[in-house]
Ligand binder design. Structure first.
Ligand SMILES: Cc1cc2nc3c(=O)[nH]c(=O)nc-3n(C[C@H](O)[C@H](O)[C@H](O)COP(=O)(O)OP(=O)(O)OC[C@H]3O[C@@H](n4cnc5c(N)ncnc54)[C@H](O)[C@@H]3O)c2cc1C
Length: 478
């Protein structure tokens, strides 16, 4: 079969684009090198819906960010993805930093961000009582929010699949050949897929994919960001996202609640040799603690439950690269999507659809039965106790709690293994249900999750992996 569109990469950009394209009577195939979707930057980021004051006016980043915020909130509603419009504060610790806030405010006005204001340190502490006494003023951005980035990606890909798109996992694109106007895509495991148009959404690897496609005109400079995630007991420290004044390394270390009521601190910003370098360093940990405490001194870092690193796909121009290739007909780059890429994912998907309409010789006819919504994966979690009791009478598997920290039932885990895009491994179950996300980080629930995965897939327990081939947890039966 020759697909109409092949999308390289199942991150939030590839996923949201597939969802957008699934509105039309065309065939779409997403190729992903990992065992699950959302395994790149879309898994490990701050999860902030940025208001749009930071990108330089006139850039694609500014346009996509500001246009994208409300579109993203709407998509999150439609897809039942947890989000909260909690607003953000950028805090200044000196008069020089306060002047910078004014510059950010002016930039925000130019970018058409609505509702911003600058308040004094005391006013900021009225809004956020745990802010440092040293804060002299703050930029308040009410349109900013928080969202679960991997749930958004899973939901976008799932919704695209429900509407006919295909997903091929463990398909690492290793060769791209153009034969008679058709892209022939080969994988490192010797699989082959063909398509009329090819869209490069490969995140930090988008320069490699561009090169394979014969149009390697840009270079990604991967920059790692390390985080510390704290227990829900710390989630109450702040209700807004607290940024410091940005510098040449980016938006700096933030302190933010998450949609699941944890507290997130980070990220650092350090150049790394490869996008696969996701190490946590002592230096990174120290930096996160120092700067987070500068904003909110009472954060109790004894309550850290895990750490992680995300890798930004920055490019020297500092802007997104979203355009049809000038060299290879039918190739479109959606590359160098670093921050605010998450905030911009829906507007980017719509912008790329515009590029397709202008550049690709294909009729985009809307499907009559397209459904932009999907079943709420958290319907059970959100029920009252009475509703849960009634539901459990009909579906007893929801009465068995597998993850005690996050109170996730067997029914919810089985759903995650059955719903598009199905969870194939332990981490896939974790990202879809929160089983293993709590204080014990899977210490108690993992064996049961493995059993359910094996049962659902008709596989041996030894075949169950943490995150795809090579991460098996058991070596054999004793
Ligand atoms: C530390 C950090 C903090 C951030 N914070 C925010 C924030 O708060 N708000 C915000 O708006 N944005 C934020 N961002 C930016 C946001 O995370 C990204 O813009 C977004 O996730 C990019 O999505 P993507 O789909 O382009 O890339 P990715 O999510 O990286 O997806 C690319 C996919 O391509 C796949 N792939 C790569 N090579 C191949 C190949 N050869 N074959 C097949 N598949 C391949 C990868 O496995 C991956 O799944 C942050 C980023 C980082 C790293």
């Amino acid at each position: 079969m020759v697909y109409d569109f092949i999308i390289a990469g199942a991150g939030v950009i590839g996923g949201m684009l597939a969802r957008e394209l699934s509105r039309y009577n065309i065939s779409v195939c997403i190729l992903e090198k990992e065992n699950d979707v959302s395994m790149g930057a879309s898994k490990a980021n701050s999860g902030i819906v940025h208001g749009g004051f930071d990108p330089h006016p006139g850039t694609l980043k500014a346009k996509m960010n500001v246009e994208g915020v409300d579109l993203l909130y709407q998509a999150a509603e439609d897809l039942h993805v947890p989000y909260k419009k909690n607003g953000s504060l950028v805090v200044a610790f000196s008069e020089t930093e306060a002047e910078h806030l004014q510059m950010l405010y002016d930039r925000g006005i130019e970018n058409k961000v609505e509702g911003m204001s600058i308040v004094s340190g005391d006013e900021a502490r009225k809004i956020e009582p745990n802010l440092s006494e040293k804060v002299v003023s703050a930029l308040v951005v009410p349109s900013a929010g928080i969202i679960c980035p991997y749930e958004l990606t899973i939901a976008a890909v799932g919704n695209a699949m429900d509407n006919g798109a295909e997903l091929k996992r463990n398909f690492e694109i290793s060769e791209i050949i153009k034969e008679d106007d058709i892209f022939v895509i080969n994988s490192s495991a010797k699989e082959q897929v063909k398509g009329r148009f090819f869209i490069n959404c490969a995140g930090a690897f988008s320069d490699k994919i561009a090169e394979l496609a014969g149009d390697g005109f840009f270079k990604i400079i991967p920059r790692a960001g390390e985080y510390l995630l704290l227990d829900k007991s710390e989630g109450i420290r702040v209700s807004h996202t607290i940024f410091q004044v940005p510098n040449e390394n980016g938006k700096g270390i933030l302190v933010s609640p998450t949609v699941d009521n944890n507290l997130l601190t980070g990220p650092t910003a350090a150049k790394v040799d490869t996008p696969d370098d996701k190490n946590i360093t002592q230096k990174g940990i120290d930096t996160v603690i120092e700067y987070a405490k500068k904003s909110v001194p009472s954060v109790d870092f004894r309550q850290v439950i895990t750490s992680f690193t995300g890798v930004r796909s920055s490019e020297t121009t500092g802007d997104f690269i979203i355009k049809a290739s000038e060299k290879v007909q039918g190739l479109i780059h959606v590359a160098a999507i670093d921050s605010p890429g998450l905030s911009s994912c829906v507007s980017i998907a719509k912008y790329v659809t515009g590029i397709i309409k202008e550049n690709c010789n294909i009729e985009l006819e809307l499907k009559k039965d397209w459904n932009g919504s999907r079943e709420n994966p958290h319907a059970f979690r959100n029920m009252s106790d009475e509703e849960k009791s009634e539901y459990i009478k009909l579906h007893p598997e929801y009465g068995k709690i597998v993850c005690r920290c996050e109170k996730v039932s067997e029914g919810e885990i089985r759903d995650a293994i059955r719903r598009n895009p199905i969870a194939l491994d332990i981490d896939g179950v974790k990202r879809r249900t929160r089983s293993g996300m709590g204080r014990c980080q899977g210490g108690f629930c993992m064996p049961n999750v493995m059993k359910i995965l094996a049962e659902e897939n008709g596989a041996e327990l030894q075949a169950v992996t943490k995150k795809g081939n090579g991460s098996e947890q058991l070596t054999g039966r004793l």
